[in-house]
Design a protein around this ligand. Structure first.
Ligand code: PLP
Length: 389
């Protein structure tokens, strides 16, 4: 199997699995318990917190473990609304559903949400953020890297702007963490979301970074875990795994910009050169090193995915959360592309576990599949016209 869908989820790294297993077997104590069995797990949580803090360039105390990226995103917005007492949120039109759908839900509850548009290359203007700020803005929440295109938002400048204007700033960094260097000690970011399963830890564990000194109120109200910032007995084994994954990600952060990027570029260049009627969606420079999103003229990406799967190749036609639904990607639509182009777009996302041999194989398979689909697609010529290629 060739796995090119690392923005959907990643394989658990073998050493991450090895690190977590003892916490599913002999070290099963509750970290809140006073006896030794509990102390072992409490210490393991402290160690994981240090490991994650090292990856993010922040203090261990600023790390709150959660159940996933979605929970972290929900928690940041909910806390900002409560602590500020304000009723307006600024976000973008291309956020992951973990922000977008929460925003829509908040609107139903009477809050106001501004969804900033992006340019055709998927980038966002800081001036647009500035213009959207209101006296009652509780928080600005903008993703660091887009899950579908990999396009990066100017988080540094947006954070600075928000700080100058006295508005809280949250970034959904679920796709950025582990792929690009992050140093929160140098950034004006108040809240940042991480998801374990995007960086070779298991699913169902995440982090919310909460800047020291910034008011925060828990989303899950219960016990005093996480220093009263998140109720619920900690998922110790997964947190240990996330700590180990963070340590490995930090050790490999240069590999992303070199090896992973080189493979991605070879794959992308190869497809653009060998398959006619192809275009990259998103800014080719301001993006993650592991992601390419390519539009294929006169091809339905869903059909392409099925044939790729037949060849043992995993990819995606949009974000994993929207796969199976006929709705065109709101990210590509938000970039102004016609429906046909969004439906003909394929996302390939790599990790450090991918190899040159896999790129060779995919470069052999995709052109053949595309040729077959175009030959067999009776609507090909019609589509070609409407795509505006
Ligand atoms: N934010 C982004 C940008 C994502 O890509 C994802 C997952 O695809 C999430 C949030 C949600 O993370 P989780 O699956 O851990 O809830």
């Amino acid at each position: 199997m060739i796995y090119f869908d690392n923005n959907a989820t990643t394989q658990v790294s073998p050493s991450v699995l090895e690190a977590m297993i003892p916490f599913l077997t002999e070290h099963y104590g509750n970290p809140s318990s006073a006896y030794r069995l509990g102390k072992v797990t409490a210490e393991a949580l402290d160690h994981a917190r240090e490991q994650v803090a090292a990856l993010l360039g922040c203090k261990a105390k600023e790390i709150v473990f959660t159940s996933c990226g979605t929970e972290s995103n929900n928690a940041a917005l909910a806390s900002a609304l409560k602590t500020s007492g304000h009723r307006h949120i600024v976000t973008s039109a291309v956020e992951h559903s973990a922000i977008k759908n929460h925003g829509e839900d908040l609107e139903l509850q009477g809050y106001a949400v501004t969804y900033l548009p992006v340019k055709e290359d998927g980038t966002l203007s800081v001036q647009d953020v500035e213009k959207a700020l209101r006296p009652d803005t509780a928080i600005v929440s903008l993703m660091w890297a887009n899950n579908e295109t990999g396009v990066l938002f100017p988080v540094e400048e947006i954070g600075q702007l928000c700080r100058e204007r006295g508005v809280l700033f949250h970034t959904d960094a679920v796709q950025a963490v582990g792929k690009i260097p992050i140093n929160l000690s140098e950034l004006a970011v108040d809240f940042l979301s991480v998801s374990g399963h995007k960086l070779h830890a298991p699913k169902g564990v995440g982090v919310l970074y909460t800047r020291r000194g910034v008011a925060y109120t828990p989303f899950l109200v219960g016990g005093s875990q996480e220093k009263n910032r998140r109720g619920g007995t900690e998922n110790v084994a997964s947190i240990v795994a996330l700590g180990k994954a963070a340590e490995e990600a930090l050790a490999h952060i240069k590999t992303e910009a070199t090896q992973v990027k080189r493979l991605r570029d070879r794959l992308e260049k190869g497809l653009l050169e060998t398959v006619s009627g192809t275009m990259v969606n998103g800014n080719p420079i301001l993006r993650l090193p592991n992601t390419t999103n390519i539009a294929f003229e006169s091809v339905e990406a869903e059909a392409l995915l099925i044939l790729l799967d037949y060849h043992g190749i995993c990819a995606s036609a949009g974000s994993a959360c929207t796969t199976g639904s006929p709705t065109p990607s709101h990210v590509l639509r938000g970039m102004g592309f016609p429906v046909e182009r969004t439906l003909g777009s394929l996302r390939l996302s790599l990790s450090r576990f991918n190899t040159e041999a896999e790129i060779d194989e995919v470069l052999k398979v995709i052109p053949k599949i595309v040729e077959r689909l175009r030959r067999e697609n009776p609507k090909a010529q019609e589509l070609k016209k409407s795509l505006g290629f």
